[in-house]
Design a protein around this ligand. Sequence first.
Ligand code: SAM
Length: 395
Amino acid sequence: MAVMDTSLPKIDQFLATLDSAVADGSFVRLALRLPFGADETLKSVDVKPATIRGELKLSFTFHHQTRDLVQNHPPAGAIGQLKRLMEKDFRQAFLFTTAFDLQFDSQGKSPRLKHTEPTSKASASLEHDRAKARPIPAAGKAWLTELGVTGADGTVLKAAGDKFRQINRYVEILGPLLKAIPEDRLRRVVDMGSGKGYLTFAVADYLASKCMLSTEVVGVEFREDLVKFCNETAEATGVSNLSFSQGTIESFDSTGADVLIALHACDTATDDAIAKGIAAGSELIVVAPCCHKQIRREIETSNRGTELDFLMKHGIFVERQAEMVTDAMRAMILEHFGYSTKVFEFISDVHTPKNVLIVGTKTKRGKDASQLRKLADAKAFFGIRRHYLEDVVGL
Ligand SMILES: C[S@@+](CC[C@H](N)C(=O)[O-])C[C@H]1O[C@@H](n2cnc3c(N)ncnc32)[C@H](O)[C@@H]1O
């Protein structure tokens, strides 16, 4: 242990000890507790060492009431950040090293330091576990940089954090479903309403680099500028199993689409996407819907003055009702066409409020007429004349 300069204020002695522990590799972790700062949502902070792209960083996890935020700092910057947190936000700090533990406590009149035996004699693992766990890592992916998700150094840009998590979560769920499909029936994946191509690139990359498959991935998008940008980006970054087709989902020939995916295709565009998957007999249809305007309009207009009027009074309930009814009916129609369905939240609503995923897996060849009877009952109950998906699948 480095000799402490006891003439320094206690906070500086604590931070100097941390600095030495980081430098000699004995630093295990640090915890900030007993919050008193202006941000009442900030409950605690944990800090651990991590090697990120070959460089030692201190990885901070800020535990807020409803979410965790992670920041990685070089050691020098981290010490300054910790000093501010200890002065303004937390009364206690615990430093754990392989040689000793050190506690800083500013609850009394003057701050105190206390040395104790080490809780852990084992060094911290320097592997950056978050990066390791993701199907699409941030580093080393030129396409992520071109799409504005990561900077040139491979770190996720602040404004793109939610998108990065969304596509990773989507691929995390999609991965095992794709692997369950025999290779000869996994020749083509189509992403409907591909936009700037975040998900399309992610799936193409995952299939090529994690599954070692040459499956072709196609993005369908009506905005010409986005299609041009995505095709140029795929070429420039060497994602060779990927292309983008300009046009509407409705007019796209989906023959041979073994897997149909969509992420936030607006309103009935999600229905058009599902219909294209059903028409192609896709093995797998996975959609995260966006807004639910068509059914919302139907529910709103036909329930004024009925026993459901009390719900229609509040926009938020109409919105939620429309979402549930639209997606539950989509699932029924998929079941009718021989798909086993699961509907669930694929990511926390902190990252996107549009967080429901409908997964349809083709399990039967025939049709299940009982689903249409249930659909008719549900439509009658909610006063819905037609679900747009009925029209596009020819029911
Ligand atoms: C909300 S964005 C989502 C983009 C992308 N899937 C993502 O999550 O990043 C929806 C995209 O679908 C496209 N789109 C909507 N309806 C479409 C249709 N009927 N045919 C083709 N593209 C459509 C829009 O132009 C837009 O780029």
